[in-house]
Write a protein that binds this ligand. Structure first.
Ligand SMILES: Cc1ncc(COP(=O)(O)O)c(C=O)c1O
Length: 384
């Protein structure tokens, strides 16, 4: 397939001769009205109605027991891991094929990542690989799951729903139960994605979402912690808002907290965007279908949602034959001002995680060398 025809196809989808970004936000609903409301009322910061409203809307949509809004997705991940009890010197299992924020969050709690391979179907953490690694290197003791040699506590696992495609959650939950490990979903990219009818982020003990400008909905910067129980939700709200004990005027904080609270200004934008979510989802799924049809029979293998899932198709992707064809696609698309990008460098190739424990990563390496993301902003196009 000629790359020119790919460029032309994407240009037709977006109906423009201008630069086409990978994922741009759109504000077509009440966003402006709600944001202006915060300016008019002066409640742009920690007080105001929109944070609660945004959290309740998210709970109603996803079915999570409790949603707690934060300043960004990285803060949500840090809070989720902290709430999961991750401490200095602990091991946390995760993917090498992820955005660096997943690892930064655990690193700053003093924990160390263990990189396990992903599945080629979901692009997310493989439960079989995780169980095999644990069987070889871990044992269950009175204090939980520990590494046989280093005696470090293996406290949590953070699978990531890559580009919105849900990982095999039932299987991961079963491995976590077997090994007494806490499941923290990195659902930063998967708002609107469902695993066997359940929203991603609702099966883990905790999970984290992002509303960065490139996500399916945005609050400018923002994130959210999902908690599986209402009780944990109360604690999540407490620790992310400086652990202040409620009182009309006294300041008393009963533990070292974080100031991760989302400002009302950002939450107002979030409330407006939440009203658009269904529209964005529909548009993105139609867009993905167009890509899938276009690439069928070509050397570019379109990444489809796993059959057990309904994906938000946050970022569309193709798998190229090899590194060379990936590089040609990247170069020619970007030269034609149609943005395309490779997947992240695997985490163990970054200096700060080069010495972390890791298992065989052949699927991660395969995907790293071949995957290209294509423009994925929601746009109005006719279904096929
Ligand atoms: C997988 C993943 N984890 C975490 C984050 C962090 O979110 P944020 O940029 O809002 O801090 C992002 C997105 O940026 C992400 O894609």
């Amino acid at each position: 397939m000629k790359i020119d025809s790919v460029v032309e196809f994407v240009r037709d989808l977006y109906n423009t001769d201008e630069f086409i970004p990978l994922h741009a936000p759109t504000f077509q609903g009440n966003e402006k009205k709600y944001v202006l409301d915060t300016l008019d009322s002066t409640f742009v910061s920690s007080v105001g109605k929109f944070v609660d409203e945004f959290e309740r809307k998210m709970e109603a949509y996803t079915g999570t027991a409790r949603a707690v809004a934060t300043v960004n997705g990285t803060a949500a991940l840090s809070a989720a891991l902290y709430l999961a009890g991750v401490k200095r010197n602990d091991l946390v299992i995760t993917q090498a094929l992820t955005f660096v924020a997943t690892c930064n969050a655990l690193y700053h709690l003093g924990a160390e990542p263990v990189f396990i391979d992903v599945s080629r179907v979901s692009l997310g953490l493989c439960p079989v690989a995780m169980n095999n690694w644990l069987s070889e290197y871990a044992e269950l003791t009175d204090r939980g799951c520990v590494h046989k040699k280093t005696r470090q506590h293996i406290r949590a696992v953070v699978p990531m729903h890559t580009f919105g495609h849900p990982v095999e959650l039932d299987e991961l939950v079963a491995v976590c139960r077997k090994w007494h490990i806490i499941l923290v979903e990195d659902a930063a990219e998967s708002l609107g994605s469902f695993y066997k009818g359940k929203h991603t982020g609702t099966l883990g003990d905790y999970s984290a979402l992002s509303f960065n400008g490139n996500k399916i909905i945005t609050t400018g910067g923002g994130g959210m912690v999902f908690c599986k129980t209402a009780e944990n939700g109360v604690r999540a709200k407490h620790v992310t808002t400086t652990a202040k004990v409620p009182h009309p005027y006294e300041f008393y904080h009963d533990e070292p907290g974080f100031n991760y609270r989302m400002p009302n200004l950002n939450a107002a934008l979030g409330c407006g965007q939440m009203e658009m979510l269904e529209t964005f989802l529909k548009q993105k799924r139609v867009l993905a279908k167009h890509y899938e049809t276009f690439f069928t029979g070509s050397e570019f293998n379109f990444v489809k949602e796993p059959e057990y899932a309904s994906s938000n198709y946050w970022l569309n992707a193709v798998i190229c034959d090899n590194l060379d064809s990936r590089d040609v696609l990247l170069k020619q698309m970007n030269e034609a001002k149609v943005m395309a990008r490779p997947i992240w460098k695997l985490m163990h190739r970054l200096p700060m995680f080069a010495h972390s424990m890791r298992d065989d990563l052949k699927n991660s390496e395969y995907i790293e060398a071949r995957l290209v993301n294509l423009p994925s902003s929601p746009t109005e196009i006719l279904p096929l």
